[in-house]
Design a protein around this ligand. Structure first.
Ligand code: ADP
Length: 470
């Protein structure tokens, strides 16, 4: 494997997870081993100490039964049976003077600590236990120094060679086993981490395919654990959303192209006529006026589209302030009164004063104007448009209902889409953008809009905004 490849593997999440997994596993195994090792060593020492204390008692009994000769004989016997390099025995006076001993050549430098002995005796214990290292012979011994009779001390030292050998065997077995266990743990960790992260790989691959233009590809949701499944589902939903946005953008583009074509064709036709046909000054003026009118219509559409985009984006520079919706509706009604009179439509109002909300007054005015304009536009002479505003709980409700043409069940889910116009309205002026703007404004003000309508009987638009408490 090249150095570059190794570096790349080193940076992968699988590698890091495996590293952590193996590291934690090694540490905990080591700790468990150490604890076990210490426990075992202390049990062995305890057992040896018990033996030494037993020996001390035995020598006390021999002294009282067979006297000094008996003890010396027993000392010689012990040394002969265990070997002088495994055991030593010394008889001393309380002041440390040696009376008899076995072969002490492997145990040069053995110490008798009279102070420790005295301290123990004061505490009512007749022996001292300690471990001494003999650097010359490179061995260790566990030594008991204890009273066997009045003014007579015996010192028995036993080599710890066997114990060390036993612990050594344990160490020698454990280290390779631990190596194997760590290797198996790392391999398992690598495998598990790799398997757990295959879902992420698939998400990456899907993203790459999408970059290359395959928008239909999706991450398969297999049995890979809840988190990965959740990631895959969320990623797929995000792709569906993006696709839907693309589809809507395409639809909007098609609609824009379609809706711009008609006025542009009319503008072109009028301009062409003034160029190619002999026409009077008055006809020329009329053609120019027609062009200006169409241009205004186009500009109006473009401006509304920009307003929708602005409202949908949430607009950072919206100048939010406290808006009295009752006053706002009152002014709007005053403004539309002449049009209502002209259309012979009656406006009925039911206003509760002091309906306050937070918002951008210009946007809210546009929203109300669009709803009122539609209500008047789609209501035949003799009909009624009712407008009410009132607070209820944490919300302010604005209800605008009319006794106009109504909207069919088929059209109702689409009326808030850009450029959507119901069939029966196509003869009337309009662009199909008004309600899209209304909805965008309502949503940008954290409000909601609902419509109920029956074809031929009328429509009711209900808008609600969070209420601003006094
Ligand atoms: P338009 O410029 O066509 O009025 P809108 O976006 O305001 O565009 O409305 C979309 C469509 O919803 C309209 O074409 C019309 O068919 C229908 N509509 C909206 N308001 C009403 C209403 N009050 N009564 C009947 N139909 C309505």
């Amino acid at each position: 494997m090249s150095l570059k490849k190794i570096c790349r593997v080193k940076d992968t999440l699988v590698f890091r997870l495996t590293g952590w997994y193996a590291g934690i596993f090694t540490l905990s195994t080591l700790m468990a081993f150490l604890a076990f090792y210490v426990l075992m060593a202390s049990v062995i020492t305890e057992k040896r100490d018990e033996d030494l204390i037993g020996d001390l008692k035995e020598f006390s009994a021999i002294l009282s039964d067979a006297g000094m000769d008996g003890i010396e004989k027993e000392m010689a016997l012990e040394a002969a049976s265990d070997g002088v390099d495994q055991i030593f025995l010394r008889l001393l006076t309380i002041s440390g003077e040696e009376l008899a001993s076995t072969d002490m050549s492997p145990w040069k430098g053995v110490v008798f600590d009279a102070t420790a002995m005295e301290k123990q005796l004061r505490n009512g214990v007749n022996h001292v236990l300690r471990t001494q290292k003999f650097s010359e012979s490179n061995r260790q011994a566990r030594i008991i120094t204890g009273m066997v009779g009045p003014d007579l001390i015996i010192q028995i030292g036993e080599s710890l060679e066997e114990d060390e050998e036993f612990l050594g065997i344990f160490r020698n077995i454990f280290i390779p086993i631990m190596g194997i266990v760590i290797f198996v743990a790392a391999a398992t960790g690598w495998f598990i981490a790799g398997r757990a992260l295959t879902g992420i790989d698939e998400v990456t691959q899907t993203a790459s395919r999408i970059i290359k233009g395959d928008y239909t590809h999706r991450v398969s949701i297999k049995n890979r654990g809840r988190e990965i499944e959740h990631l895959a589902t969320t990623f797929n939903s995000m792709l569906d959303c993006i696709n839907e946005v693309f589809r809507q953008m395409k639809e909007t583009n098609d609609n824009i192209a379609h809706d711009l074509r008609t006025p542009l064709s009319r503008i072109r036709g009028a301009a062409e006529m003034t160029l190619t046909t002999r026409i009077t000054d008055d006809e020329n003026k009329a053609a120019a006026a027609g062009i200006v009118e169409e241009c205004d219509r186009l500009l109006g559409m473009i401006n509304t589209m920009l307003d929708i985009a602005e409202a949908e984006a949430g607009v950072a520079d919206m100048k939010w302030q406290t808006v009295d919706l009752t006053e706002l509706l009152f002014s709007a009604c005053e403004l539309f009164e002449p049009l209502a009179e002209k259309n012979a439509v009656k406006i009925e109002t039911r206003f509760t004063t002091g309906c306050l909300a937070r918002g951008e007054p210009r946007m809210l005015q546009r929203m109300v104007s669009n709803l009122l304009d539609n209500a008047l536009k789609y209501t035949s002479p003799g009909g009624t448009v009712s407008i009410s505003v009132f607070p209820e709980g944490k919300f302010i409700f604005i209800i605008i209902s009319d006794t106009g043409t109504g909207i069919s069940e088929k059209d109702l889910p689409h009326i808030f889409k850009r450029f959507y116009r119901c069939d029966q309205s196509r003869t009337l002026p309009g662009s199909g953008l008004g309600l899209s703007l209304v909805r965008a404004i309502v949503i940008s003000h954290a409000g909601s809009i609902d419509v109920k309508s029956t074809l031929g009987r009328g429509s009711t638009f209900t808008v609600s905004f969070p209420r601003l408490m006094h």
